[in-house]
Design a protein around this ligand. Sequence first.
Ligand code: CO
Length: 213
Amino acid sequence: MFGNQEPEYKQLFINNEEWIQEKLAKDPNYFVKHAESQSPEFLWIGCSDSRVPPQEICKTKKGMIFEQRNIANMVVHTDLNVMSVLQYAVEVLKVKHIIVCGHYGCGGVLAAMTKNNHGLVNKWLLNIKDIYVNHKAELSQIEDLSLRADRLVELNVIEQVYNLTKTSIVQKAWKERHLNIHGWVYDMKTGRIKDLDVLKDEITDIDEIYWYK
Ligand code: CO
């Protein structure tokens, strides 16, 4: 179909077999143990970007991070996917931490800053355009466009953290137990994660209209 070359995806099966053998060499019960159950401490809401794999950049073991990744690490209340992941992670898995992690150079954020028509994804990126408009006074002061984009990446993470606090899922959990929410940004050029210190001790400055009884 693609000429005489082996399709590239076949390499993934070769890698998979190598990985299985590596794991079994160290521990013959490795897969049996992992298949039993999961109790991850972290819910990671990150970008789909292939360069930001949470397990690798945080050097965590399998089973520690429950993941939701989408374009530009958004927490959109009408998105059934992110809301279902959130509810399951908080209410069933009882994660201790939720991390929203953006990254500098995010294609989704950069696209939202332009007037380019990207089709369906416009609907998703509209949420970022709204954040841009809400912070236009600050952003327009930053003349360098890539620095302006970096700041919008941060503002987007902060907004998504607040979006989490506006869900009845998080609010209900806060009435019952400790649940930490973090806003981070990953710098692809250095590999370093920066904590934006968005929420302190579960106190938020969202308007009271967002709080459910
Ligand atoms: Co991105």
